[in-house]
Design a protein around this ligand. Structure first.
Ligand code: DGY
Length: 324
C-alpha cells in the first residue's frame, strides 16, 4: 500500500505531482494554518509530512503520529519543528537549503539599500503629493559604498551577501562560530572577528544565523548599545534573533540610525513601536519570495519526503544521524 503524506498548506503544484507518484496525499490546499490539535488529528495515519515554517510541529504533534517517518519543511529554517523529538523517534527531518540563497541575499541588499537611502519615506513623500522641487537636502540618506558591512552568521546566505558587497567596495567583517576557509575569506575579502568587534565597527549589521536556543535574542540591549549611532540593523533570518522591544527602544532613543526587517518575533504581528518609526523598513517575510525559488522549494521538500518513503536517501536531511 502507498504511504500517506499530509501536506499542511497550499504549495506549488509540482510538489503534489511528485508526491502523488508514490503516495496518497492528504492535501490541505489552503493558506489557513493547522493548529496543533488539527495537525494531530490529520497525522494519525500519516507516514510523511510536508510542512511550512508557520506550522507548529511540536513534540506533541510528533507523538500523535505513530507511523510518521519523515517531516519535510518547505524552508531552510526549521525552528518550528522539534527536531530533537523527531530524532528521538527516528523521524527524518529535511529542509530546502541552497535554492533560496541568492534570492534571500538579494532581498537583504534591497533592505540595506532601502534603509540607507530612505526609499520608503521618499516614495511615500512622492505619492502624498509633497514633491515640489529638487532640494539640496531633500531626503538625504547614508553612504553604502565604501562603508563597513558586518555579517552575523557566515553560511550560504551570509556568504552570498558578502559576495554582493564586493561590488560596493565595502569592508566586510563576519562573526561566526568557526572561520571560513582562508581562500574564501580572501575571495570575499571578509575578515573573521568576534561579535563585539563587528557590532562596534559596522555601519550595517546583517543577521544570517539560524534561530535556536543560542541565537534567541542574540541582539538585545547590550548588543544594540555597542552599535554605532549611525548604523543600521538588517534582519532577514528569524525575528526572535532580535529582542524586538529592545530594538524599538534603541531606535526611539536614537542609538541606531535605522533598521530593515523582513522577519519578526511573533509573525504576523509586528511590534506597534516599529510601525510608528519612520526609520525602519518592514517587509512581510518575503526573503525567498521569487516564484521560481518558491516552486523549487516546494518540489525539493516533496522529493525528499518521497525519497524517505521509498527507501532512498533524501538530499537535505537536517538530522542525518537518523539515516545511519
Ligand atoms: C526560510 O527558508 O527559512 C525562509 O525564511 C523562507 O524562505
Amino acid at each position: 500500500m502507498k504511504p500517506r503524506v499530509l501536506v499542511t498548506r497550499h504549495v506549488y503544484p509540482a510538489a503534489i505531482a511528485i508526491l502523488q507518484e508514490h503516495c496518497i496525499v492528504d492535501y490541505h490546499d489552503s493558506h489557513d494554518v493547522l493548529d496543533e490539535v488539527r495537525l494531530q488529528k490529520r497525522l494519525q495515519h500519516a507516514q510523511g509530512l510536508v510542512c511550512q515554517l508557520t506550522d507548529p510541529i511540536t513534540a506533541n504533534v510528533i507523538a500523535a503520529a505513530p507511523q510518521l517517518r519523515v517531516i519535510s519543511q518547505v524552508a531552510v529554517g526549521h525552528d518550528n519543528i522539534d527536531v530533537a523529538a523527531a530524532t528521538a523517534r527516528g523521524v527524518v527531518v529535511t529542509n530546502t537549503p541552497g535554492v533560496l540563497t541568492e534570492a534571500t541575499a538579494d532581498l537583504t541588499w534591497a533592505l540595506l539599500l532601502a534603509a540607507a537611502r530612505r526609499l520608503p519615506a521618499a516614495e511615500q513623500f512622492l505619492r502624498a503629493g509633497k514633491w515640489r522641487r529638487w532640494e539640496v537636502d531633500l531626503l538625504c540618506g547614508s553612504d553604502v559604498s565604501g562603508r563597513t558591512l558586518g555579517i552575523v552568521g557566515f553560511g550560504r546566505i551570509g556568504r552570498a551577501v558578502a559576495r554582493r558587497a564586493l561590488g560596493f567596495g565595502m569592508r566586510v567583517l563576519y562573526a561566526s562560530r568557526t572561520a571560513a576557509p582562508p581562500e574564501l575569506e580572501q575571495e570575499l575579502r571578509a575578515i573573521h572577528v568576534p561579535l563585539d568587534t563587528l557590532l562596534r565597527e559596522s555601519d550595517f549589521v546583517s543577521l544570517h544565523v539560524p534561530l535556536g536556543s543560542e541565537t534567541r535574542h542574540l541582539i538585545g540591549v547590550a548588543q544594540l548599545c555597542q552599535m554605532k549611532r549611525s548604523a543600521f540593523l538588517i534582519n532577514t533570518a528569524r525575528g526572535p534573533i532580535v529582542d524586538e522591544a529592545a530594538l524599538v527602544a534603541a531606535l526611539e532613543e536614537g542609538l541606531l540610525a535605522g533598521a530593515a526587517l523582513d522577519v519578526f518575533e511573533a509573525e504576523p504581528a509586528v511590534h506597534p513601536g516599529l510601525l510608528q518609526l519612520p526609520n525602519v523598513v518592514l517587509l512581510p517575510h518575503v526573503g525567498s519570495a521569487v516564484t521560481s525559488v518558491r516552486s523549487l522549494m516546494c518540489a525539493l521538500a516533496a522529493a525528499d519526503c518521497a525519497a524517505v518513503l521509498t527507501g532512498e536517501r533524501p538530499k537535505h536531511p537536517v538530522n542525518p544521524q537518523v539515516l545511519g
